[in-house]
Design a protein around this ligand. Structure first.
Ligand code: ADP
Ligand code: ZN
Length: 431
């Protein structure tokens, strides 16, 4: 039933495996210039870490630490032993480089294959990877997972929707990896070409790499007539394959044989209670070339309580609510773009794209949401459109507690990014 026996481990077995791997990885990390200095600073030796609970003794690692020790400061092997480099997409500043040994690549590919098998992909599926390749881990990371599982794998890359359609049709593609914002755009594109998205043979879509809501997932499933599974990862932890949805589609199992997972209150840095939202902090247990201990992902989520009916005991995290640095402060109110998306994607009149624009009028923040409307509704008369705008404003106000300006725009008029969607355009003068 399981692709990898590690999926079926009991809690006790997982604890034992974590203990063994944590001790090994801490000892290994201590040989890198960065952690050697860190451990010395806080008077820590690898022998102080004897069980997973001891992880709290290890100092946190931040993105800034990776930047300050760029490029090679976290390596535990000579450069000769490395075979691959990836970099984060740089969504929030300058990128960081991550290195892999041959063994690291094999471990990662097998984690990814496990995720794909879990959500129902089989070697008989024809798989098209519709996300960017290059330094972004969603390209080669997903690619080698699908090949390891044994699927015929098409490295389509991002964009060029017309070619994507041809490949999907010519080779009867049954499974895809696609960034959710591009999936919505792709559906719009298909419809504009007179093609019903559900007429394509796709039965499984792996969607991830950027925050999205349950409403967006349901919309993608409805449009393509497929099942869509949330895929989470970050380059610092290899890339995709860190946490993934099972067929229950109720939270993502975080692979605890490969990572130690903590969720901390970002202010106090103490663990939060189960069910409470905090910052995800991860430790690599199996990385050889560049182990990272207690990495602050800045991604906000919570542990889901209870056992999953699928039989895997690896703990489940909720979909990512946003990054701590995504938070907007508008007129003193904290707002996450996902709150806006959740409202918009629940409305059938709204198309696949939107943009939040922040500007300043004198001393007042102006908060505008530009919303693409499906062609069908755009032909409505002025009264119909005004009524729709009024409904969107009211729903957003109820959720956000401030009143945004809403502009309805024609489908296809807002910018589309080839990679992760850019949802916020902040035009406010820098302080
Ligand atoms: P960058 O941090 O520059 O975007 P990465 O390409 O490594 O670099 O992206 C990892 C980040 O992407 C994660 O930390 C998270 O913020 C986001 N992400 C990845 N998968 C998901 C997902 N399924 N849901 C929400 N956010 C995700
Ligand atoms: Zn499950």
């Amino acid at each position: 039933m399981f692709y990898d026996p590690a999926e079926g481990l009991s809690r006790d077995e997982l604890d034992r495996l974590q203990t063994e791997r944590l001790r090994a990885v801490v000892a290994r990390a201590a040989t890198s210039p960065f952690y050697a200095a860190r451990f010395e600073e806080c008077g820590l030796t690898p022998d102080d870490i004897t069980c997973p609970a001891d992880i709290a003794k290890v100092p946190l690692t931040t993105k800034q630490d990776l930047r300050s020790n760029y490029p090679y400061g976290l390596l535990t092997v000579p450069v000769d032993d490395l075979v691959r480099l990836h970099a984060s997409s740089g969504t929030t500043g300058s990128p960081t480089a991550i290195f892999y040994t041959r063994k690291d690549l094999a471990t990662w590919a097998s984690l990814m294959a496990r995720c794909m098998h879990m959500c129902g992909m089989r070697p008989s599926d024809v798989f098209q990877n519709m996300s960017g390749y290059g330094l972004f881990t969603g390209g080669l990371g997903i690619h080698y997972g699908a090949e390891t599982l044994g699927c015929l794998t098409i490295p389509a890359g991002a964009g060029n929707s017309r070619r994507q359609i041809k490949l999907i049709r010519d080779f009867s593609v049954t499974a895809v990896h696609i960034i959710p914002s591009y999936a919505l755009h792709f559906a719009d594109f298909l419809q504009a070409e007179g093609i019903e998205p559900a007429s394509l043979p796709i039965r499984i879509a792996l969607i991830g790499a950027e925050p999205h809501t349950e409403e967006t997932r349901r919309r993608i499933e409805g449009l393509f007539g497929c099942k869509a599974f949330n895929s989470y990862g970050l380059s610092e932890m290899n890339g995709p394959g860190v946490a993934f949805e099972c067929p229950e589609q109720s939270g993502m199992h975080l692979w605890e044989d490969a990572y130690i997972v903590e969720i901390l209150n970002p202010q106090t840095l103490e663990p939060v209670a189960v069910g409470e939202i905090g910052e995800l902090v991860l430790t690599t247990l199996t990385r050889e070339g560049m182990p990272i201990l207690r990495y602050r992902t800045r991604d906000l989520t919570r542990f889901l309580p209870g056992e999953c009916p699928c039989g895997r005991v690896h703990r489940r995290i909720d979909r990512i609510a946003g990054r701590s640095d995504d938070m907007l402060i508008i007129k003193g109110v904290n707002i996450y773009p996902m709150q806006v998306e959740q409202i918009l994607m629940g409305l059938p009149e709204v198309g696949g794209n939107y943009l939040i624009e922040l500007s300043r009028d004198g001393h007042m923040d102006q908060f505008t949401v530009k919303v693409e409307i499906t062609d069908e509704f755009f032909v409505e008369d002025m009264r119909g459109l005004n009524a729709l705008r009024g409904r969107i404003v009211a729903k957003l106000r109820d959720e956000l507690l401030i009143t945004p300006r809403v502009e309805l725009v024609q489908h296809g008029s807002l910018p589309v990014s080839e990679g992760k969607a850019v949802r916020v355009n902040d035009l406010r003068p820098k302080e």
